[in-house]
Design a protein around this ligand. Structure first.
Ligand code: SF4
Length: 153
């Protein structure tokens, strides 16, 4: 069992998703209650509020956003790349401060997705790749898992 991990707030039951909902996983909530996990929402750390518009990465994946080769765009067309990058760096700061080696982040999110994200067309189509926060954390050597990997914990 890992000592301390960082987890997506919405997986712990916090209603911080763009539409004001959560994606509770009981196992995650238990880890938080047992003080074995700390919650984080990169989008709120970046300066967003709930509810907010949905957004997707256009032109690549989180790695491409960090490299300046792709953008995060809201459904209305507003470029919110800077806020997503800010949230990713604030999450990294938190992970380093807490000295976590593993994080469990919500799949498909443009911030938290670790294996798959939406393809940038707002059509529900999925592509392989990471969100912005996942890409930054994994680049620094932190192991990024999703709620689908809970059996590792
Ligand atoms: Fe959940 Fe991550 Fe989206 Fe916040 S940014 S609502 S933690 S998936």
């Amino acid at each position: 069992m890992l000592f301390l991990i960082l987890v997506s707030s919405c997986l712990a039951g916090i209603e911080c998703r763009y539409d004001g909902t959560h994606r509770l996983k009981e196992k995650i909530r238990c880890l938080v209650e047992e003080k074995k996990a700390v919650t984080v929402c990169p989008e709120l750390l970046g300066g967003f509020f709930t509810p907010r518009q949905s957004a997707e990465i256009v032109g690549g994946t989180g790695k491409d956003v960090l490299a300046g080769n792709a953008k995060v765009i809201e459904k209305s067309g507003r470029d919110v790349t800077d806020l997503y990058v800010k949230g990713a760096y604030k999450t990294l700061e938190m992970a380093l401060k807490l000295q976590v080696t593993h994080v469990v982040l919500k799949q498909f999110s443009p911030s938290c997705g670790s294996k798959a994200i939406y393809n940038g067309t707002f059509s529900g189509e999925i592509i392989q790749g990471e969100g912005v926060t996942s890409a930054l954390l994994s680049k620094t050597g932190i192991i990024v898992l999703s709620e689908e990997d809970l059996y590792y914990l």
